[in-house]
Ligand binder design. Sequence first.
Ligand code: 26V
Length: 822
Amino acid sequence: AWTKHQVKGFTDADGFEKEVVRHVETSLARSLFNCDEGAAYSAAALAFRDRLITEWNKTQQRQTFSDTKRVYYLSLEFLMGRAFDNAILNLGLKDVAKEGLTELGFRIEDIIEQEHDAALGNGGLGRLAACFLDSLASLDYPAWGYGLRYRYGIFKQEIINGYQVEVPDYWLDFNPWEFPRHDVTVDIQFYGSVRKSQDENGKSVAHWEGGEIVTAVAYDVPIPGYATPSTNNLRLWSSKASSGEFDFQKFNNGEYESSVADQQRAETISAVLYPNDNLDRGKELRLKQQYFWVAASLHDIVRRFKKSKRQWSEFPDQVAIQLNDTHPTLAIVELQRILVDIEGLEWDAAWNIVTSTFGYTNHTVLPEALEKWPVGLFQHLLPRHLQIIYDINLFFLQSVEKKFPGDRDLLTRVSIIEESQPKMVRMAFLAIVGSHKVNGVAELHSDLIQTTIFRDFVSIFGADKFTNVTNGITPRRWLHQANPRLSELIASKAGGHDFLKDLTLLNKIEEYAGDKEFKKEWAEIKYANKVRLARYIKQTLDVTVNPAALFDVQVKRIHEYKRQQLNIFGVIHRYLTLKAMSPEERKKQQPRVSIFGGKAAPGYWMAKQIIHLINNVGAVVNKDADIGDLLKVIFLEDYNVSKAEMIIPASDLSEHISTAGTEASGTSNMKFVLNGGLIIGTCDGANIEITREIGQENIFLFGTLSEDVEELRHQHTYGSHNVDSNLTKVFEAIQNGTFGEPNDFGAMVAAVRDHGDYYLVSDDFQSYIDTQNMVDTEYRNQDEWVTKCIRSVARMGFFSSDRCINEYAEGIWNVEPLAVKN
Ligand code: 26V
């Protein structure tokens, strides 16, 4: 059974209140009489923070003394969301917090709402990193995350006149969850030049000299595990001007402006998260961010290793580094540089260490997202690293030539340097060559990378180097925290809360899928979650939606490949169909609320058009008296982690409808099903494995299969392309001005009708509409629907990020948990 572990500090509401009062009076220097919700949040957070710190210190000491292998998860994004609720739940003290805050005159929900999301990520990739940290701590793995401490996270989205407007997200005003380590700094070098000299043995040694120095300062964030004292560390680097001679002299000479400019240039490195998801723009500052963070992290890791006084050959026994996509690929080059240039190892010995240390996870096959950097930029910014990359490539190509003599095309195809104008460094290829394992994030995706973009590398290195680790989500945040009532109902039948640590125990609720009382409670919880969302919609958009209607939700980044346009075209089709019906006929239709949410990258014009169309359709449909409750169209502003925690538990149906073969995995699909919603989706990413686990009778699949996509695209371009007739009617409605100025949506229509329909919207349209009609029919049988939901939840055990982390630990990192003795 789940027991509170033994930790120091308060254990009851009384003790907690005393701590809150103490923090209000001393840490905040306020009195209890002018303590508003903001101050109450601050003080409560500080009270729990104190609790975390003790365990955090003990965990770090335990890890150091036990001298076991550690995992380092390098990610440019950690989409953490809020920390307070998560901390009190993981400590098992939510009841204490609730009681204490109530006695102090506050509602815990309001206090939780005071916290600003830590939104240091774009979408799935960053949220996956956050789920992994939760699992690593909860499973007692010695693990650190390394990232950047952006001053501005992902922008806040406002919708003004139906258009997205981006507002900066300054989130660091009051952040009790980070600890500045002004004593933990690393000086990072950029630009400059390389000089070669000979050492006493006549060996050539490279010296990277001159250029610019920027200082990295560590900020540490405690990551508490669930129902364990283990508290891991997330180290985020912040950039500041180095306090070297140079600046000092400038200042001393009265060159204040130039001195301040240097300072600002340095601080720019960690100033802002790039808001592109799945698009590589090749900006110099982005490469600077990558090197800054990678170099600081490696320096830190190497420094820690050196304290152990072991031989370099033992490095891979002490250290596993996972590359979250190609963004940290420079770590491979940097470690090779440290070992060869600074520590004086022979190239081959160093390279063995490097490749044994790294693993690389690929998160996309979209060609526009694959990172490439111009050789010229490298030469300028990181001259020594470019030389090392050329050497890595040379030795790699020599080994390929040995294995496949005379195959020049192969050498061109797999070269880390693309012989284009300008020449480019292919980061994914460098990551593969420098790692011992490469994994995709769902079965289909892992198969696809092995047969398409990385195919040649499978023949070169053998299939064993490539593997799959299907993504997962943490049930702590995505069930227990987001949907506490459902979590309690499950606990009441699954033998307590153990399922939160072993999600396969969910299968214990399957026997209640036909239980009348259980189903009634289940349905009541879903309804209450929908009421809460309906209230939020009323407050924020002043639209009244009926909580008894089917809530159909698509929330994720806006991207053509995710096909929000298919969804909104389907909504328009539904609207036109309803309009054409007699009032009697309309009465027989299933009421729906179509809910959208998600951010478009600021420079992604088509994605912004999609948002505009959704809002315009809403404006027309929501005030149409013929339609009433039968259809409402809602665009929720500023979708983020904490909004997801409210929206996901309120869905009946969610949409995961990417063009087959484009969505590497998807993880919100897992969150929706875990919260008792059904899915409409394509045979893509993790949808396929969700189907395998929950049964095809419990999911609404439609559309083209990934193996047929290429052929259809070929036909669109070289054969004839007839747009679906129902979709043509939708286009006509758009173009006759039903939803505002038709020219605003010209490009969206043309993409499908005139420009080859790359994402197969027309091909999949009829099958999408038919499937949505099946959903309506099945939803009317609420009894059967609820049974399906319960069975699906019962079978979701596989999708815990705990399973996922255990697979990485065993198959890639070769690390073991560090047991905690109380
Ligand atoms: C790429 C780039 C390119 C340079 C500019 C900034 C930037 C930011 C992020 C990315 C990565 C895009 C890849 C990505 O987010 N993939 C998503 O990963 C999820 C976790 O594995 C997965 O569930 C989603 O299907 C996949 O799209």
